[in-house]
Each structure stands twice: as structure tokens, then as C-alpha cells.
Design a protein around this ligand. Structure first.
Ligand code: BGC
Length: 429
């Protein structure tokens, strides 16, 4: 067992920090996840609906030459019934999608009834297929008129978002919806700055308004929909997760019913390939990082359940990846580490794969994350073509995980830097 001696020595010192003190590796392999574990898929409005109305992001794509046009994307706006059915066919239980504020309120106080009816029908299809809708109220996109008033630099935006969110929540209260207020607030702020809509000096005010908007939404969701589960999903950033927590989640931690975590990328002494993403490359997958990301939040929020709201693998236009991993292997390896986390006492209650189909990756159609691949720029029929991930995901859902004797394709990392020093000094096995 790699690291075992060092782990034992450190364990005595660090066990007070580690809610889930790593169990010795199980001889009989990993146990399945419990029957009530939630298996989901994730998507967002702007990235998949296509032909959206005026918004901050539509402007970024139209005004910046290095960003591809969104166009019709995968046309979820008209093909939602097909995508929801594809998810249900895999046995998926939670369907996450976003409501686009710009669609439903294209001008201040003016509600577009046709677009609201479209979302009503999405919700109905998800429910009729026996799945739980997980609705994101804001996935980085706000209407053009909100951008004109300064986006989140303006106090008016806090007031306007609250009115929008309240009407959506009232509309779908009582249907068993799981709510995500803001998708990855740290990256929302980063993208606003990166796209020139705000400066670094604005960042504290942006975070402050987003936190207050989350708090307001949390309160009225619980008034309108008392049993609802609410989160804001966090982009897990390795090395210094606490630094990013300080910007947002630490402020609203008392207003979360579960901690939504997006895990895409790890760093370890034997995997520093995350650096490739700075120049548009693909990092090698580090599946055991999902274990350490979960353990980090289990230690931090021992009373809150955890949910992997996004986890997914990109190819470049479907080509082989530098690490050679298939989508099936990616899913199986990550699910293996979820099972390990559960065995070690970590209260992880769900997992969403990002995404059900390929979609617009914030400037480009090259990265493809879909269980179903769609050649948006080359195939006018926008046919959903299954990848190896479809059968693999259906199998793990049916079996509650990978089989007991599963041997991960990607070896356990040497000194994970997901949450240093703990993730290095106290490895999972
Ligand atoms: C975002 C998604 C994005 C995914 C893959 C997440 O940070 O929430 O919108 O497509 O990462 O890059």
C-alpha cells in the first residue's frame, strides 16, 4: 500500500481534522452506493438551448472575435423532450437544467409567457419521466438590460434578480425541485472580469451581491417550498480551495441544504497537467481527486450532505485524449472513488454527469463533454450520437456503482494536491 507508513504517522496528528479517517483498503472491494443515491445529468440553458435573446454572454460571443457564435447550439429549446427521454432511458433520476433569466424577462418587468410555457413543459417532461428537476436560477447569464445597468456592479441587479427568482420559485414550488441559486459564483465573477464587464476592484462587491441574492433566494425558496433542497454549486479549485471558499461559500454556508461541488480537474505530484488548460489543452484526468474534494468539504461542513453537481470529461471534437481515457473509463473511475468516499463515511448523496449532450463551451464548440455527442457545426440534423459513456453510465446507475472488484484505469495519484497537505499526507489508502 503506497504511502501507508507515512499515512499512519500523520493520521494520529491529523485525525481531528479528518471526519472521514481513511479506512484500510477493503479486501472485498468497493460496496455499491445506497438505493437512495441520486444519479443525474447536468446542463445549462445558454450552452444548449440555442438562439437565446440579448444577454451578457450573447454580447461576449458576438463582440469578441476569438469566440465562436452560439447559433442554435444543440437546440435544447426545441429538442428537450428527446434529451430528457435519453436521460430517462439511462436510468437517470435527476435532470439539471437552467432557466434563462434573459428568456423569461427580456425587458424589466416584462414576462415572456411563451418562454415560461416552454420551461413549464421542460419541468413536466422531467417529472413525467420520473426524474427530479434540479433547476439552476443563474448559470452565469443575465439579460442584456441587466448588463446595461452594470450587471452585478449595480444594486438594482440584486433587486431585479430577486424578483425574477421569486416568480420562478413560486411557479415550480411543491413539485420536488432541487434548487441551485448560482452556478459557480467564483467563475461567474471571473468571467465577468475576463469579458470586460467588471474589474478586479469590483470583485468584492460582485461577491457581496451574489451572496445576498443567494440568501434572499434561500429564504423565499423555503417559504414557498418548505421541503426543498437548495445549494449554490462550487467550482472545486485544487491547491487552495479555502481561498475560493472565502469569496462566497463561507458567507452563505448557513444557507445551504447540501453542498454542490463541481469536480473537473486534479493536481498531484505525478499529475501537473492542469497547467495545460491555461493554453487550451486537456488535463489528464485525476479521478481520485473527487474523493479528496469530497473529504475536504466533509471536514469543513460535517453536518451537510454533499452532491457532485457536475463532473465530466472533454475531448477535442471527439478525438482521443492525451491521457487515452474513454468516457466510459472516466465515469467508472470517478464513480469508484465516490464509492470509496461513501465507504469512508463521507455523506455524498448524488452525482451528476456534465453533460447529457455536447454543448457550447463558453466560446467554443471544440470541447465536447456529452454522453451524447452532437456535431453542432457539421451536422445540421443535430443528431444525438451515443458515446461509450451512455452504456457505462446506465450500468453504474443500474448497479449502484462499479462492481466490487473494479480496478481503476487511472492509478491512485502520488501525493494529491487537491487539499494540501491533508490530501498528500493522509491518502485514501
Ligand atoms: C460550468 C459549465 C461548463 C463546465 C465544463 C463548469 O465550470 O458550470 O458551464 O461547461 O464547467 O467546462
Amino acid at each position: 500500500m503506497r504511502h501507508a507508513g507515512r499515512a499512519l504517522a500523520c493520521l494520529a496528528l491529523l485525525s481531528s481534522l479528518a471526519v472521514a479517517a481513511p479506512a484500510a483498503a477493503q479486501d472485498d472491494g468497493v460496496a455499491p452506493l445506497p438505493d437512495d443515491f441520486l444519479w443525474g445529468v447536468s446542463s445549462s440553458g445558454f450552452q444548449s438551448e440555442g438562439n437565446g435573446p440579448d444577454s451578457n454572454w450573447l454580447r461576449y460571443t458576438e463582440e469578441q472575435e476569438d469566440k465562436e457564435d452560439v447559433g442554435a447550439s444543440v437546440d435544447f429549446r426545441h429538442r428537450y423532450a428527446e434529451d430528457i427521454a435519453l436521460a430517462a432511458d439511462m436510468g437517470v433520476e435527476v435532470y439539471r437544467f437552467g432557466i434563462e433569466w434573459a428568456r423569461v424577462e427580456p425587458a424589466p418587468g416584462a414576462w415572456d409567457q411563451a418562454e415560461l410555457a416552454y420551461y413549464d413543459d421542460v419541468v413536466r417532461h422531467v417529472l413525467d419521466a420520473g426524474m427530479t428537476p434540479m433547476i439552476t436560477l443563474n448559470h452565469w447569464v443575465h439579460p442584456g438590460w441587466v448588463a446595461d445597468q452594470g450587471g452585478w456592479r449595480s444594486e438594482e441587479t440584486l433587486r431585479d434578480f430577486t424578483a425574477y427568482a421569486e416568480s420562478i420559485v413560486e411557479r415550480y414550488a411543491g413539485l420536488g425541485v432541487m434548487w441551485v441559486t448560482f452556478n459557480e459564483p467564483t467563475l461567474y465573477v471571473y468571467h465577468e472580469i475576463d469579458n470586460g464587464a467588471a474589474t478586479w476592484l469590483d470583485a468584492p462587491w460582485l461577491f457581496d451581491r451574489l451572496a445576498r441574492a443567494h440568501s434572499a433566494a434561500y429564504d423565499f425558496i423555503h417559504e414557498a417550498d418548505p421541503g426543498a433542497m437548495v445549494t449554490s454549486n462550487l467550482a472545486f479549485i485544487p491547491l487552495t480551495p479555502w481561498l475560493f471558499d472565502a469569496a462566497f461559500i463561507d458567507r452563505i454556508a448557513h444557507e445551504l441544504d447540501f453542498v454542490g461541488i463541481d469536480y473537473y480537474m486534479g493536481v498531484s505530484l505525478d499529475n501537473l497537467t492542469a497547467a495545460r488548460t491555461l493554453t487550451g489543452g486537456l488535463a489528464d484526468a485525476q479521478p481520485d481527486g473527487i474523493y479528496y474534494a469530497l473529504r475536504y468539504y466533509a471536514n469543513k461542513f460535517p453536518d451537510l450532505p454533499l452532491y457532485i453537481v457536475e463532473n465530466g470529461m472533454a475531448t477535442h471534437d471527439g478525438a482521443a485524449r492525451p491521457d487515452g481515457l474513454s468516457r466510459a473509463e472516466f465515469i467508472e473511475d470517478h464513480v469508484y472513488w465516490l464509492q470509496r468516499a461513501r465507504e469512508d463515511g463521507i455523506d455524498v448523496i448524488g452525482y451528476n454527469y456534465w453533460s447529457i449532450t455536447d454543448n457550447y463551451e463558453w466560446g467554443s464548440y471544440t470541447p465536447r463533454f456529452g454522453l451524447y455527442t452532437v456535431d453542432v457545426q457539421g451536422d445540421p440534423s443535430l443528431t444525438r450520437v451515443p458515446t461509450s459513456g451512455v452504456d457505462a453510465y446506465a450500468a453504474v446507475i443500474a448497479d449502484g456503482g462499479v462492481p466490487a472488484g473494479y480496478d481503476p484505469v487511472v492509478p491512485e495519484s502520488v501525493c494529491s494536491l487537491i487539499d494540501p497537505p491533508l490530501s498528500c499526507l493522509v491518502p485514501a489508502s
